[in-house]
Design a protein. Structure first.
Length: 161
């Protein structure tokens, strides 16, 4: 998913690897997610959702940091190749098209990078086997109910549901 980690994510990953916990870890997660202390007045959407997670789920910071440290967020070329082989008909699974939706302002999983990888792994002449869409928003675009409806509209149109 990520070609390179934003500085805040890299700092968090390194700190987690070094055993940082507690309030320091929470602060690093909040910084990575763009909801550091002092940003609470009038927040909407993603920032409010993240703050709610911190308040309601004591393990949220560790869970997020652990996913970053141990999850497959980088170096997923083989997964992309496999998915594209299915879409190109080299492996049979389904006749559905791949639908990729990215946030136009996402500075973590950049839409340009995702599209570039998708086109590279699919190759020339395979454009009809996938749909690539960008919608307004950043990394937390699905925290916005309007964007969720837009995603459902895209899936409904592409998959006939």
């Amino acid at each position: 998913m990520l070609k390179s980690l934003p500085r805040e994510y890299a700092d968090l990953k390194n700190a987690t690897r070094d055993g940082v916990e507690g309030e320091v870890l929470k602060g690093l997660v909040k910084e990575a997610l763009g909801v550091a202390e002092g940003n609470g007045d009038g927040e909407v959407g993603f920032a409010r959702l993240v703050r709610w997670q911190f308040e309601q789920h004591e393990g949220h910071a560790m869970s997020f940091a652990s996913t970053l440290l141990n999850g497959p967020v980088q170096g997923q070329g083989e997964v992309w190749r496999e998915a594209c082989a299915i879409l190109k008909g080299k492996r049979k699974v389904s006749g559905e098209r791949l639908v990729v939706v990215c946030g136009a302002e996402d500075d973590v999983v950049r839409a340009e990078d995702v599209r570039e990888d998708l086109e590279r792994f699919m190759g020339d002449g395979e454009e009809g086997k996938f749909v690539f869409e960008t919608l307004p928003g950043g990394h937390g675009l699905l925290a916005d109910e309007r964007v969720c409806r837009d995603v459902l509209d895209i899936l409904g149109k592409e998959w006939g549901i």
